[in-house]
Design a protein around this ligand. Structure first.
Ligand code: HEC
Ligand code: HEC
Length: 432
């Protein structure tokens, strides 16, 4: 409860025309007759009156305070109603209202997105959902094949309704950004790897194909500037353009605060994304960032507990055998906990912050803008797991490799480690 009130008061953000416009595009999950409500999602100046406003401080389920791993809105017995894996992989929370009715992506897909184009934009295909015979004979240059794959539920993170080979409605699920495949059939086609960041996905490019943006060069320029593996979850709120890397979401059990900036627990952020980014029908309130959206009937909140359970069940993949030098990693661990000062922040089982402690951008030499746009103004110590698996590093991808990470800290913290020690530290990071 207290955290929402006690965190530093956030200056009211300017409400730019761009933000309002973009909101109309991307928050438009309710169809034309409910424009007032969707507007409320960004009208943070307080002129609401559409019935969509509530005092978030009175809503404990959106409290950002630890114990953070308690799912929001959890009520006894609710989790059993939903299958968290199913929600994560396929549930759209009713966001077809955005992706179909507003963005008309069903038309874009049926007209122009053959499987090769889809794979090129980073979409993944779940081979286990496709009968082998179909996979062997599929024409990967025909958009009709994409529609057939969507009908089978095989395009990861895309859920569609198909009748007589025609794509009627389409929406997106969490898996779109937070799942990869193992490429066992070919690049982009294989078994699902839930929780892995899809760093091949170009969400901005995909959005820019919508006819909604056909005559909006400014929006298209922003969307096509993001690139693969990056997304800006605040662009349609504050109109700024500074995308971050899609993070892996495995290994989050025991991590107190979620997002790069530690804005809140898992379900806090899940609700934010489902409602304000995916366009799902639901509610999200946080006066710290001035977001208040209420769309009914809520298809998000009741699913959050099951979704949470599934997310925290996702384990980080182990480093492949022989992928690091064990003796060097052992020496690196001693440096990590000693002279290199890493464990002053990366501590405990998850190597993240203890409790609610966060860091100013200057403490670790990070660019400040992403923190400034968040609810906390600070960065959370990223939990260290499966680092071998998800280069580049830091929220903005500013370190291309683990060597670059160690170099960064060596100069920023004035460690003067020297090359052999730096190499040992890198081996340790590869072992996590
Ligand atoms: C369009 C891509 C996209 C979709 C769809 C998406 N996310 Fe994310 N997710 C991101 C990005 C980008 C971040 C990083 C945001 C930040 O920290 O500022 C993120 C952050 C997270 C985090 C925090 C990870 C951490 O290290 O603390 C979790 C958990 C998460 N997402 C779960 C979900 C769930 C569950 C859904 C579905 C309701 C979802 N995401 C939908 C892109 C996406
Ligand atoms: C003052 C606290 C602090 C210290 C000291 C610190 N870190 Fe970090 N670390 C952070 C924060 C905060 C982030 C998130 C930065 C971002 O993404 O903007 C981070 C991110 C990282 C990441 C990126 C993880 C990812 O998945 O992108 C790695 C790797 C890392 N730190 C390793 C180290 C190592 C190695 C040391 C010691 C040389 C160290 N850290 C020292 C706070 C710290």
């Amino acid at each position: 409860m207290s955290t929402l009130n006690s965190r530093r008061a956030r200056p009211q953000r300017r409400r730019t025309i761009a933000a309002a416009f973009v909101a109309a595009m991307l928050l438009a999950a309710c169809g034309d007759d409910q424009d007032d409500e969707m507007q409320a999602g960004v009208d943070r100046a307080g002129e609401g009156g559409s019935g969509s406003r509530r005092d978030a401080a009175t809503r404990p389920e959106h409290d950002a305070a630890p114990p953070a791993s308690t799912p929001d809105a959890a009520r006894p017995g609710e989790a059993v109603d939903y299958d968290g894996q199913q929600v994560f992989r396929h549930d759209t929370f009713g966001d077809e209202a955005l992706w179909t009715d507003q963005l008309r992506m069903h038309e874009v897909i049926a007209k122009a997105v053959d499987p090769m184009t889809a794979l090129g934009a980073g979409l993944k295909v779940d081979s286990t959902a496709v009968p082998a015979s179909v996979l062997a004979s599929a024409d990967l240059t025909d958009p009709a094949t994409t529609v057939a794959l969507i009908e089978l539920g095989a395009v990861v993170g895309i859920t569609g309704e198909v009748r007589d080979g025609k794509l009627l409605r389409v929406g997106v699920a969490c898996a779109l950004c937070h799942s990869d495949v193992d490429d066992s059939v070919m690049e982009g086609i294989g078994k699902r790897l839930d929780g892995h960041a899809n760093r091949d996905l170009d969400p901005g490019l995909i959005l820019s194909l919508s006819p909604k943006f056909a005559n909006d060069e400014k929006a298209k320029a922003v969307l096509t500037s993001w690139g693969k593996g990056k997304y800006d979850a605040r662009w349609n709120q504050d109109g700024m353009n500074a995308p971050v890397l899609i993070p892996p979401i495995y290994g989050l059990r025991g991590v107190p605060l979620e997002t790069y900036t530690g804005d809140g627990p898992v379900s806090y952020w899940n609700a934010y994304v489902a409602v304000t980014q995916m366009g799902g029908i639901g509610q999200f309130f946080d006066p710290r960032v001035g977001v208040e959206v209420l769309r009914m009937p809520d298809q998000v909140t009741p699913k959050l507990p099951a979704l949470y359970e599934y997310e925290i069940s996702l384990r980080a993949p182990e480093p492949p055998a022989g992928s690091f030098d064990a003796a060097a990693a052992e020496r690196g661990k001693a440096l990590f906990e000693g002279r290199a000062q890493c464990s002053t922040c990366h501590s405990g089982a998850t190597l993240s912050d203890a409790g609610e402690r966060l860091h100013t951008p200057a403490e670790t030499g990070m660019e400040p803008l992403h923190a400034q746009r968040s609810a906390t103004g600070r960065y959370r110590t990223t939990p260290l797991r499966a680092l071998w698996q998800h280069a580049p590093y830091f929220h903005d991808g500013s370190a291309a490799s683990l060597d670059a990470v160690v170099d960064h800290y060596d100069s920023h913290l004035g460690l003067t480690l020297g090359e052999p020690d730096q190499a040992d530290l890198v081996e340790y990071l590869k072992s996590l």
